[in-house]
Write a protein that binds this ligand. Sequence first.
Ligand SMILES: *Cc1c(COP(=O)(O)O)cnc(C)c1O
Length: 455
Amino acid sequence: MDVTTALPSHTTEEVRALLEPLGSSLLHELGHGLGGPYHVLFPRRFDANAASFRAAFTAAGVDGRVYYAKKANKASVFVERAAGAGLGVDVASHGELREALAAGVRGTDLVITGPAKDDHLLRVSVLHGALIAVDALDELDRVLALARELGRTAQVVLRLLPPGQPHSRFGLDETETATALGRCRTEHVDMAGFSFHLSGYDIQERADLAARAVRLCAHARTLGLRADRVSVGGGFAVDYVGADDWRRFHESTRPEHFHRRKTFPGYYPYHSPVAGADALAALLASTPADETSSLADLVRRAGVTLLVEPGRALLDQAGCSVFRVQGVKERDGYDILTVDGSSLSLSEQWFESEFLPDPVVVPADRADLADAGPYPACVGAATCLESDLLTWRKIPFPVRPATGDLLVYLNTAGYQMDSNESPFHELPLPPKVVVEPPAHDSPSVRPHWRLDRHP
Ligand SMILES: *Cc1c(COP(=O)(O)O)cnc(C)c1O
């Protein structure tokens, strides 16, 4: 039978160690102990990703700050690491703010994003001296009223509506920005600068808008405002699979490679030639439209601090999701696997799309491992919904998965694992297990694990 191209996920040494026999005994043990699917988190990888972002600023000679966009994962451990490393955190709700503060992030290290923030969130943000990204004129008025009432100074940046995305529901257009600047000339607000967040990964579009924000800072200063910060938001790509595999996938994919010939309107760009901190470096090195020098030069000359708010990119390779095969049924020349969780733990499935990198089979201790693959199989959930599949694509597994094997979806920490989880069917929410290397003086060679502190 004609099968789909393999789309193996990139891995790290830490991930490979878990998939090899010694580590995989830990995976099976955890599955047994926790009694259901679970997510694994690698905080050391988060630290390394954050360090790369900082290094990109240093290498370009730019004063920059990294804010971790908390919405990308609910775990406590990443905000704890952000606090320890002195990163800022981007929060968009009172719940996220509470989590960040409890993890040790100081209020002055928070940036508050999201549209029409509620009064409770705004009030606590003003009291903490957090940087509020103001999204609309009426929101600015509420911030000013709250600051006046509290006798405090609100720290704000004005969020810009991207000219290239004029139908976005976020940000202030040109007229609103001019009005907002006028209203910021009061003692109750410290207008720190401008922010934006673009959907998509286009580097030039970011550079152009960043330069525009830098020019706006110069204008705002003529009005007596501080205006020395520009936040370029998040949207740093993650590279999940190799270029050749990604190309082959697009060239060869046909509806019959999917269960029920399912088709999707589009896919996330799982291969990105320039990703993560390299995308920041490329942004800093690029020359914005209407300028003659690099963004790094412009920012430096203007005395502006550049803020970034990566979510997904800081979580690259910082986690994976583990399911147990609960049943296997053969159908028309391929297998339908049923695992012990649901597609709510793989959020891409809820955006009319599919998380494409191949999950890895970690076989149970069994003798019948045949290796004359590929063995195509799709992956269904343990629910009563016809449409609840973790993977519609008939993945070409190198060994034939069997009941009791584990299926590990790699690189899921950024948005995949818990954005959409709910206890549907009274299935328990998969717990999160923090995995770190053993201490230096430990005789153990196995990694250490503990549960994440997030409830
Ligand atoms: C979601 C979001 C981010 C993070 O985006 P990533 O694509 O995960 O980097 C940053 N800033 C704002 C305002 C956001 O809404």
